[in-house]
Every structure is written in structure tokens, then in C-alpha cells.
Design a protein around this ligand. Structure first.
Ligand code: NAD
Ligand code: TDX
Length: 331
């Protein structure tokens, strides 16, 4: 099985490649990645040379995409501009990569009749109220994205489905909740907070910290994507989550406790514009139909993630000051 993995040098793409090459000895992977600020070639070291190849390139580049897709059995499409805050300060790159890039890949999949798995997010459904814990997103929830990031991801989901219905491209889609784990860029909440504490800075909580995210370890997400690729039904969407709902304040308190700081050792900062209140996934379909289960529990996964950032300062330290400068510039 020859996979083309887009965005393989990013957080979840890299976790997926390590997971699959370790678990499936009959698989070979080519990673296509533009190496934007979010991509890091170091995420893909130590992989078997006879089964892994890295290509630096853009998913919007028709020739590069056609050449790679024609040689693949399946595309796993992770590449995206992925950070909500960046989409508020500069949405254009999100249109280019998330919409035009997905379109280019789908056209190549159509031309060469290649299986296409589209990796998406629960943010396409908008948000849920804080005071209705019984409400969760499911495959039948209406799309209602709120940020430029989630709007472009929603658009890319619609393109994938349309290429199935209109042209018969064999697609599947997965919409996952918030991931954590090794290799996550320091712009995101959990790594930003961990690395702040490691540098002796108080971590930042947006608003009052009452917003809720549904956390899943990136390796559990990787396992779900592999399951959908191998057992999923073409044309179907699968929601992926691990029943990991926590408020941002609870997450921060757990990080501070594990790192030996007082539970109120954080600073409240200006809230995100249009901040989604709560995400929560009902993952019954993938559990029942594809026999998938998450394996990591949040507390031990968080502890291991903190240890990874403690042990890999060389990986994140060069990017920390640029990231904080970007936040400062955006206000
Ligand atoms: P990331 O930002 O860490 O990685 C994205 C990767 O895509 C980077 O390596 C980057 O260089 C590459 N890339 C960007 N533009 C490209 C282009 N034009 N051509 C080729 N490569 C390009 O993102 P992530 O957190 O790993 O997310 C991966 C995917 O999973 C995204 O599609 C995202 O929407 C989705 N997702 C993420 C989460 C999460 O919690 N992080 C949750 C659900 C779904
Ligand atoms: O410093 C911070 N302080 C803070 O309170 C940062 C960076 C974030 N936050 C809050 C905002 C969110 O409520 O923490 C929560 C998580 O923020 P992010 O890590 O930016 O993630 P989120 O906006 O929820 O989106 C993530 O999950 C869904 C990924 O970035 C997306 O790619 C994915 O689709």
C-alpha cells in the first residue's frame, strides 16, 4: 500500500506517519509538505528509509500533485493552515491551502482514480452552548463554522463530498476534536502553556477560561484515520473523539499541577474574537461500525506530553520567540 500523506511534517501528519510505518510493515509513505512555519522536517527523522520519502512542495502545485498522486494507492490529506488565531489576522493563506489545495488534490484523485481520505475538524459544526452537556456533535449535525479557519475546512469537506457524488472519487472524511501530544507547534494552547512554564512565564488563558474543548491524543486520532482508510465505507463521514471534555481553565490547572506550580499561576488575556464556546463529539458511529476505541487517558497523556516538551527543548525553543512576537503583533 503506497500512501501519499500531505502535511506530513506537521503535528498530526507526523504522528500518523510514525504510527503507520511502525504498525503496518507492508505500507510505504511519501510525505508532501510545503514546510510552512508549522512544518518541521525534524518530525520525520528515524523512519525506515526503504519505506519513507519526503518531498518538499505545495498541494496547490498541479504538476507536483499529479506526479505524486499518479504513483499512490491512497491520499491521506492532512495539509492545512490550522490555527484559528492566524486565520483571524490573515485569512488568505487559509483560502489558498485549505480550499484551492484540497481542490487540486481532489482533481488529481479524480484523474488517477485514487482513494482519498480527507482529515477535518469538529470546528466545521460551529459551537455548542456551555449549559447543555447532553448536546454533542454527530455526523448529522448541520455545518455552522464560525472562524475563517473552520469556514475553509467546512468548504474543503463539501468539496470532498461533492467529488464523490459528482465524479465518483472514492473519498472518506473524518472530523476530529482537539488533539494533543508530541510535535504540536508552540502556537497551540497546550504546548504554549507548557513551554511558557518551562521558561518561567505565566501561561495565558483567553477570557475567563470557561470554553470547553474535547481532547484526544494525536496517536488515537492517527489510529482512527488508519481504521477509516482500511475499513471505512466510501462516501461516509466519521466523527472522532475520546470523551475528553475539559474547560481551558481545567486544562491549565492540570498542567500547572503536573509542573509543580500553584493552580492560579496564569494570566488572563484578551479573549479570541468569535471564540467558540464548546466542542463535544459523539463518536458512536466509528466505535460501532469500525470497532475503534481511543487508548490514551487525558491525565497520563498530558503528563507524557509535558515530559516530551521538557526533553525536547531544542525542538521548540527556536520557534518560541517568533510565535510570541506573532501573537503580540496581532494584539
Ligand atoms: P499543523 O499546522 O501542525 O500542520 C500542517 C502541515 O501542513 C504543516 O507541516 C505545513 O507545512 C503543511 N502545509 C501547510 N500548507 C501546505 C501546502 N499548501 N502544501 C503542502 N503542505 C502544507 O496542523 P495539524 O494540527 O497537524 O493538523 C493537521 C490536519 O488535521 C489539518 O487538516 C487540521 O485541520 C486537522 N485537524 C487538526 C486538529 C488539531 O487539534 N490540531 C483537530 C482536528 C483536525
Ligand atoms: O494561549 C492560549 N490560551 C487559551 O486560552 C491559546 C493559544 C488558546 N487558548 C484557548 C482557545 C481555545 O478555546 O484554548 C483553546 C484551544 O486553543 P487552540 O489550541 O488554538 O485550539 P482550537 O482553536 O480549539 O483549535 C484546535 O482544535 C481543532 C486546532 O488548532 C484546530 O486545527 C483543530 O481543527
Amino acid at each position: 500500500m503506497k500512501l501519499l500523506v500531505t502535511g506530513g511534517a506537521g503535528f498530526i501528519g507526523a504522528n500518523f506517519i510514525h504510527y503507520v510505518l511502525g504498525k503496518r510493515l507492508e505500507y510505504a509513505i511519501t510525505a508532501l509538505d510545503k514546510l510552512t512555519y508549522a512544518g518541521n522536517r525534524q518530525n520525520l527523522t528515524g523512519l525506515p528509509e526503504d519505506r519513507f520519502r519526503f518531498v518538499e512542495g505545495d498541494i496547490c502545485d498541479v504538476d507536483a500533485v499529479n506526479e505524486l498522486v499518479s504513483a499512490a494507492d491512497a491520499i491521506i490529506h492532512f495539509a492545512a493552515e490550522s490555527h484559528v488565531d492566524n486565520s483571524l489576522s490573515g485569512p488568505e493563506a487559509f483560502i489558498d491551502t485549505n480550499l484551492t489545495g484540497t481542490f487540486r488534490l481532489l482533481e488529481a484523485a479524480r484523474k488517477y482514480n485514487v482513494r482519498f481520505h480527507h482529515v477535518s475538524t469538529d470546528e466545521v459544526y460551529g459551537d455548542l452552548p456551555l449549559d447543555a452537556p447532553e448536546q454533542k456533535f454527530s455526523e448529522s449535525t448541520a455545518y455552522h463554522p464560525s472562524s475563517p479557519y473552520s469556514a475553509t475546512k467546512a468548504g474543503s469537506d463539501h468539496l470532498a463530498y461533492a467529488w464523490y457524488r459528482s465524479f465518483g472519487v472514492p473519498i472518506t472524511i473524518s472530523n476530529c476534536s482537539n488533539n494533543y501530544g508530541p510535535f504540536q507547534h508552540v502556537e497551540k494552547f497546550i504546548p504554549r502553556a507548557i513551554t511558557d512554564v518551562l521558561l518561567g512565564e505565566k501561561p495565558k488563558l483567553y477570557g475567563q477560561g470557561e470554553h470547553i474543548r474535547d481532547w484526544i491524543h494525536a496517536q488515537d486520532h492517527a489510529d482512527a484515520v488508519l481504521r477509516v482508510l482500511e475499513k471505512g465505507e466510501v462516501g461516509e463521514t466519521y466523527l472522532v473523539g475520546a470523551d475528553g471534555e475539559k474547560s481551558n481553565k481545567q486544562v491549565l490547572e492540570s498542567i500547572l499541577e503536573i509542573m509543580g506550580k500553584p493552580h492560579d499561576w496564569f494570566q488572563k488575556v484578551q479573549d479570541r474574537s468569535g471564540h467558540d464556546r464548546r466542542y463535544a463529539i459523539d463518536a458512536s458511529k466509528i466505535k460501532q461500525e469500525l470497532d475503534w476505541q481511543p487508548r490514551h487517558d487525558f491525565q497520563s497523556g498530558l503528563k507524557a506530553t509535558i515530559e516530551w516538551y521538557q526533553q525536547n527543548r531544542h525542538w521548540w525553543e527556536p520557534h518560541k520567540s517568533d510565535t510570541e512576537a506573532t501573537y503580540k503583533k496581532a494584539g
